[in-house]
Structure formats: structure tokens, C-alpha cells
Ligand binder design. Structure first.
Ligand code: SF4
Ligand code: SF4
Length: 464
């Protein structure tokens, strides 16, 4: 592309081109981005095409094609923004193929906010109706209908719990009867989370007090999937906080933070959920809003930016975002010491490693805090996981929509795990837990997998 083709108003118009591996179809088509969620042109032209992000990109590693790299995708987005390329099926596939892991942002010397570009491009695809019918149906069913309404999610989770505990789930897995219906359904079935016996919102009161005079007061979001399928992690998180002399406020009427919707193109739905949570959390008198899901924390930290131009919400949104902290960020900043009760060391001699969730490492830039806390556990043998920041392939609903590629990434993660033979893998995101658990089972590896909050809670409480 020739930069002298750039007009004074910052939008390039001229003939399209084929970059390495890209097929820019139908250059005369008038289609371009429109509406509210348009990829920022300033961000697009911030990319100087240096290619330093390419070695960090998992999808580029899979294909070796420029169009599957951050730089290639930015050029594709630019072509659509310029009106040189319509939103084609090929464009849609490339945007969906991206994990939105944001490893490229970590590598980028120009600070290009790639994640915001791909998310806006997905919004253009979604809201412009460019997805196949089945994809739209799945998104509507899960993201809009189920996850966006916590009461509905709970209802579905209860049905699923009956299915899982009745033995029917076991039977379906054992006989692989789903294969008769759809091979893909049979593939993704083991990725389903196990529904908790009791949801965390059933057990956690709206206020949980520290046993001793509190040093601070924090709020905690029980979330959507975390509430129904990872209730034990929510309870562990609250226990850690109270053990750390925090009073914990748990607003009962909260739900999904909107991140799943935003990452999958439903910006309108995501904003609605964000507004709901802002209205609740902005009013709360607390020092921090603690999160235990990397993707949710990352998105709630964005609320201030998302509503920056909204005169009614800007201040409240910012007031929420600036107080959002990942549990490891909060504990490390406030001097938490994971000491075993009565001086006991429950993980004495245990080989422990840590997998970085993308939205913690690349989006929130939190890598040292969890390591500091884990390493402080007495007696453990901490070993770094090779390529610990390389995506495991979970990426929201990526392992459902892009199953085959997701499994290739999981294989790479498992190879790295096998190379160091840990006894415990610690990580900070529910999606990574489900994905890696699936991989460990497939390979028959007997490695314990724990959320960071659970690991730290167990480190302090050896008897349970
Ligand atoms: S977000 Fe991840 S998969 Fe997407 S372009 Fe960046 S590094 Fe590659
Ligand atoms: S590292 Fe940044 S500036 Fe360089 S090609 Fe990648 S996104 Fe563009």
C-alpha cells in the first residue's frame, strides 16, 4: 500500500491490492464499516507493519499466512475501512480465526490496540448480519438469551446438573451416541463445565465480614459461569479475602459483565450488561472490586473507556473501572502472605507451574503478581511453564466455534506441560481451566489443575 494515497481526512482511497496470502475480493464493492462500533482509523494507521508481533501470534504459527497474523488482519480491516474490500466470508473467517488473545499487543512496539480493532470488526460482521445462520443462532441462544440473563442461565444450569448427575451424561460420553447426530457436537461435549452442586450465590451472603477488624472493604462479582459452574472458586476467593481482613460485599443482582458478548461481536448486548453492573458498583462504597475471572476483569477495566463519551455514564463507568482488580493483583498489592495454618506447608516439595491466561497477561499485564503469590507458598517447587503466555486455545467460545484449531493450540500447551512434569498447574481463568482439563484427560495426564484462588486458599488451610 502506498501511504501517499492517504487523503487529508485520514481515509485512504485507491486501488486494492493482494498482500502475501490475502485475496481481496470484489474491489468495486461499496461495503465499508458503519454504525457505532467502527474500528478506530487512528488505531489502524498506528500500525507501522514492522511484523514484530508475528512470532507471538498463535494463529500465524498455525498457518504461516500473513492474513492470519495481526499485521495481516489490520491490513484487511484497513481495506474494509477504506472501502476497498467488502465484508466477505473470507474476511469474517479471518476475524473469527483470531483468538483475541492480544499477545500481539504485548509484543507491539507502537502500542497498537489490536484487540479493539478485531472486536469492532466482529461487531460490524455481527451487527451487519454477515454471519451464517447457525453461528447467529448459537450466539443468540447462548450469548443473548442465556448468559445475558442470569435467571435463565441458572435455569439452564439446573437442567444441565440433572443431566450430568443422572448418569445420562456419562452414558452419552461412553457410547458417543452424539456422533450419530453430529460429530462436532460429540467433539465439544467434553468441554462442557460441570455444574456446581450449589451455586455460589446460594451460599454467599450479600456481605461477608472479616473475622478481625477489616483493613479494607471490597466488592466481589460472582459472575455468570463462575457462579453456576465454578462456585467453589468463588467461595475460595471470598474466603481468601476475608482471611486477608477484608469485608466483602457481594451485590446479589449482578450477573454477566458483558465480556463474552463484546468479544463475539455483540457490542450492544455487552453495553447493556455493562450499564447494569455500573449502576450497581458505582454506588458501592468499597476500596476495590475484586475479580477472579481474567476475561471479566479485563472487560470491566474497560468500562471507563467504553462509556468515556457518554455524559450520563462516563464518570460512574470510570469510577468502577479504576477500582477493578484481579484477585492476584489485589492480594499482591496489599501484602497477602499465603502461610499455612500453624506453620504447616501443605504443598511441601510439590512441583507447581503457572499458565498465564491471555486476558490476565496480555490485556491486564498481570504476570508477576500471581507468580509472587504462588512462589511465596512455603515449600513448593515452582517451575516456569515454557510458553506460559501462549494461548491454550480456549479463548471464550473459540474452542466451540473453531474446535480443530483450538485443539492444535491445546496440544502445544500440553506438550509444554509434559516437558516439565508438574504436579499442579495453577491458572486464573475459567476458560483455561476447562480447556486444559479437557487436554489432560485426553492425554491421560494426572496433573492437578487449580484456580489461583483455590491454590492460595488451600495453601493457607491444609486441613481441607
Ligand atoms: S489477538 Fe492473538 S490470535 Fe489474534 S492476531 Fe493477536 S496474537 Fe494473533
Ligand atoms: S508489532 Fe504493532 S506496529 Fe508492528 S506490525 Fe504488529 S501491530 Fe503493527
Amino acid at each position: 500500500m502506498h501511504e501517499d494515497d492517504v487523503h487529508s481526512h485520514g481515509r485512504r482511497r485507491n486501488v486494492p491490492e493482494s498482500a502475501n496470502g490475502m485475496t481481496l475480493t470484489d474491489p468495486t464493492a461499496p461495503s465499508a464499516f458503519h454504525g457505532v462500533d467502527v474500528p478506530s482509523y487512528d488505531t489502524i494507521v498506528n500500525c507501522m507493519h514492522c511484523g514484530l508481533c508475528l512470532p507471538t501470534c498463535p494463529t500465524y504459527a498455525l498457518t504461516g499466512l500473513e492474513r492470519s497474523s495481526p499485521r495481516g488482519r489490520i491490513r484487511l480491516i484497513k481495506a474494509v475501512a477504506d472501502g476497498d474490500l467488502p465484508i466477505t466470508e473470507e474476511f469474517r473467517r479471518e476475524m473469527e480465526f483470531c483468538l483475541d488473545c492480544q499477545a500481539c499487543e504485548t509484543a507491539c512496539p507502537a502500542g497498537v490496540k489490536y484487540g479493539s480493532l478485531v472486536e469492532a470488526a466482529r461487531a460490524q460482521i455481527h451487527e451487519g448480519g454477515h454471519e451464517p445462520f447457525l453461528v447467529r443462532l448459537i450466539k443468540r441462544l447462548f450469548l443473548s438469551w442465556t448468559f445475558a440473563r442470569h435467571a435463565r442461565l441458572k435455569m439452564l444450569a439446573r437442567l444441565m446438573r440433572v443431566y450430568q448427575r443422572s448418569g445420562l451424561d456419562w452414558f452419552v460420553r461412553k457410547t458417543r451416541v452424539l456422533r450419530l447426530l453430529s460429530r462436532r457436537l460429540d467433539d465439544i461435549q467434553p468441554l462442557a463445565p460441570t455444574i456446581s452442586i450449589r451455586f455460589s450465590t446460594q451460599d454467599l451472603a450479600s456481605r461477608v465480614s472479616a473475622p478481625s477488624p477489616p483493613r479494607s472493604r471490597v466488592a466481589f462479582l460472582t459472575g455468570c459461569l463462575m457462579d453456576v459452574a465454578f462456585a467453589d472458586i468463588n467461595r475460595d476467593t471470598v474466603e481468601l479475602l476475608t482471611r486477608h481482613d477484608c469485608d466483602v460485599i457481594i451485590p446479589p443482582e449482578t450477573g454477566c459483565c458483558g465480556s463474552l458478548q463484546a468479544h463475539n461481536g455483540d457490542m450492544t448486548g455487552a453495553r447493556e450488561l455493562a450499564k447494569h453492573n455500573i449502576a450497581i458498583f458505582a454506588r458501592l462504597d468499597c476500596d476495590a472490586i475484586v475479580m477472579n475471572s481474567a476475561g471479566c476483569g479485563a472487560y470491566m477495566k474497560e468500562y471507563g473507556h467504553i462509556f468515556a463519551d457518554d455524559p450520563e455514564l462516563a464518570e460512574d463507568a470510570k469510577h468502577v473501572s479504576v477500582r477493578v482488580k484481579d484477585i492476584t493483583e489485589f492480594l499482591a498489592e496489599t501484602g497477602f502472605r499465603p502461610l499455612g495454618k500453624d506453620g504447616r506447608a501443605p504443598f511441601e516439595g510439590v512441583r507447581v507451574t503457572y499458565h498465564d491466561a491471555c486476558h490476565l497477561a496480555h490485556t491486564q499485564k498481570i504476570t508477576q503478581e500471581p507468580r509472587t503469590l504462588i512462589r511465596a507458598v512455603p515449600g513448593i517447587d515452582f517451575v516456569e511453564l515454557p510458553e506460559s503466555t501462549w494461548c491454550c486455545g480456549s479463548a471464550g467460545i473459540y474452542n466451540i466455534t473453531q474446535y480443530d484449531d483450538s485443539m492444535k493450540l491445546l496440544d502445544r500447551k500440553l506438550d509444554n506441560i509434559e516437558s516439565i512434569r508438574p504436579q499442579i498447574i495453577v491458572t486464573g481463568n475459567p476458560g483455561c481451566l476447562l480447556q486444559i482439563r479437557h487436554g489432560l484427560r485426553k492425554r491421560g495426564l494426572h496433573v492437578e489443575l487449580m484456580h489461583t484462588a483455590t491454590f492460595l486458599r488451600k495453601a493457607c488451610e491444609p486441613s481441607t
